[in-house]
Design a protein around this ligand. Structure first.
Ligand code: HEM
Length: 165
């Protein structure tokens, strides 16, 4: 087939049109991804979670409430707002203390050093239930899966003071 100037010209137009369409579709994918809140994309990309993703159940927090009353309220206050000696375990100060760390760090802090009058005296399950109660008292959403008691697994959940947008 003899490739005339006209054919070349037509071919170039065709390539330009096809290329343009391809770029356009790529652009719409990029635009869609860019439109998503950073948090969402980030979560999906690396699979990490925060306490805003419903990481405990209401039932579990209900189990933790009487345990907290028995082992923590005497120092940290009946409503977790702190006592003379011990800091609050709910509210802005508490939340900013743990911002950027993980639930695994908080769990280990509780498990190894609390209750201060009997450090390490509570089981992993009791600590997990009390932590669920603390998350509920801090108004973080409940979910359908219970908070686990494995430290490494809990270290996959970031503590984030501000709700992701
Ligand atoms: C259910 C039982 C308890 C839990 C879950 C608990 C949890 C915690 C946590 C998470 C912190 C660190 C707070 C922060 O850095 O923001 C803390 C600190 C503290 N707690 Fe407790 N606590 C418990 C019981 C007690 C008891 C019974 C006492 C007193 C005898 C006590 C006294 C303190 C004190 C004085 C601090 C601050 C000093 C420190 O950092 O170690 N706690 N507690």
């Amino acid at each position: 087939m003899m490739i005339t100037c006209r054919t070349t010209h037509l071919l170039m137009i065709a390539v330009a049109l096809f290329g343009g369409a391809l770029i356009e579709s790529e652009l719409s994918i990029v635009r869609a991804a860019a439109g998503r809140p950073v948090q969402d994309t980030q979560k999906k990309a690396d699979g990490s979670m925060s306490e805003w993703d419903g990481v405990y159940t209401d039932e579990q927090a209900k189990r933790g409430a009487p345990l907290y009353s028995q082992f923590g309220a005497s120092c940290h206050g009946p409503d977790l707002t702190g006592g003379e000696m011990a800091p609050a375990l709910a509210g802005a100060d508490f939340s900013s203390n743990w911002n950027g760390l993980t639930l695994g760090d908080l769990f280990e802090r509780m498990r190894t050093s609390m209750p201060q009058n009997d450090p390490g005296g509570l089981s992993r399950q009791q600590n997990a239930d009390i932590l669920a109660y603390m998350l509920s008292s801090n108004k973080f959403p409940a979910g359908t899966t219970e908070l686990g008691r494995d430290t490494e697994a809990l270290k996959q959940i970031r503590f984030q003071s501000l709700k992701p947008q």
